[in-house]
Design a protein around this ligand. Sequence first.
Ligand code: FE
Ligand code: MN
Length: 331
Amino acid sequence: MGIINNSKTDPNKILPMRYMWARQHYKDGVSNNWTPEEISMQKDIEQWKDPAALTESERRLILWNLGFFSTAESLTANNIVLAVYNHVTNPEARQYLLRQAYEEAVHTDTFIYCCDSLGLNPDEIYTMYTTIPSIHEKDDFVVELTSSIFEPHFTTEGDENIRRFVRDLVGFYVIMEGVFFYAGFAMMLALKRQNKMIGVGEQFEYIMRDESLHLAFGCDLINTVIEETPSVWTTKFQSEIRDLISRSVELERKYAKDACPSGLLGINAEQFCDYVNYIADRRLERIGLKKLYNTENPFPWMSQSTDLNKEKNFFETRVTEYQVAGALEWD
Ligand code: FE
Ligand code: MN
């Protein structure tokens, strides 16, 4: 009995548990519970309405990131519910997937809340995946990469199908949630550090905490599938996965440059690209592959700004404390 290919419909008993990491990620997710309405948007609304408070390029960058994330979150939610849950048959792993699905619903709710409070045009935000090429390319890349496991007769029987399934897991957990989210996180948190759109920034921080858990679960899941069927992890397949991740890095660097061509106060577009390289190396290592870039982290504050039990910052609207320390990694 492994993590996949058990009975799909038996009401499997969850005890005793085999994969304690899945249980731990579930508990960490629950300890991080939050909802967007807990965060005040008052200052953001004032800044958004004040023509002098934000530059044109800052406004554009905020809209782009809201536009990208609003569709990415629902693509991820669909993948969990319609594909991953169907094939990951172990009960404690499924328990985590239910928690993750809820968190994706919270993230989707966050973008509704942002659109509502800032008075944004939902048609503009929710169609950016078709109207903005570098958003479209990212979404397309993941959707194409993972389309075969949505076929109605797809099973995870046999090495070739397990490879397809691992490709899907890499596509959503490592590439979408682990690479494609991070230039946007860095931009929104950089704005927040300049006291711009701190409500939206704080929401992105909470999302980033959740996503780092999703990524951790995804990597544990990928590593477990490989451990249980080592014959799928051929040299050829490993280089295919490295190649996919390096193509995703190119798309993310392109997105970073398009969304933020002239940089943000004190940060140039190239630094966002370096950050993408840096986090991609960490993802590669996490699934047992060699680093590709060896780039230094240009934004050490990305992990500091989300440290657990952090002190209340004067400009922040609430103290963000978490019950579980040490279990989460941020960048
Ligand atoms: Fe999410
Ligand atoms: Mn997620």
